[in-house]
Design a protein around this ligand. Structure first.
Ligand code: 5GP
Length: 115
């Protein structure tokens, strides 16, 4: 699927599109994926717009750490002892929404390698 032009996640941050939000703080927001690929499938995104993983810049390091800390908190609150964190970068890797997001997947056996 091609990358959307519209940044749906920015609209979720701004409250213009509803989402099932499970966590938020000053840096990030996390909500359940609309098309879950596992019993737990949560998207963790920065409030700052970063289009893709390849657009991360010097200065974003602290923010990236905060995103991962949020993942750990959410995984604990979801009761996940095993989980996978995925970032798809650009269309060839399956990215469809032009706003950096971490997929938190868990609640089932996750095979390796991924597709
Ligand atoms: P990507 O394919 O870019 O790595 O992941 C985008 C994810 O966003 C997909 O898993 C897709 O199901 C999810 N998604 C797309 N639109 C919406 C939406 O409006 N709300 C929510 N909660 N998830 C969405």
């Amino acid at each position: 699927m091609a990358m959307l032009e519209r940044n749906i996640f920015k609209e979720i941050i701004e409250g213009n599109i509803p989402a099932n939000i499970v966590y938020q703080d000053e840096h990030c927001i996390a909500f359940r994926d609309i098309n879950p690929q596992a019993p737990t499938h949560i998207l963790v995104i920065p409030r700052k717009v970063i289009r893709t993983h390849a657009d991360i810049e010097p200065g974003d390091e602290q923010l990236l750490g905060q995103l991962h800390s949020a993942v750990v908190k959410i995984a604990k609150s979801e009761g996940l002892s095993s989980y996978r964190v995925v970032i798809n970068c650009n269309e060839g890797a399956g990215q469809t929404v032009p706003h950096l997001h971490l997929h938190l997947l868990g609640g089932r056996l996750l095979d390796w390698p991924p597709g």
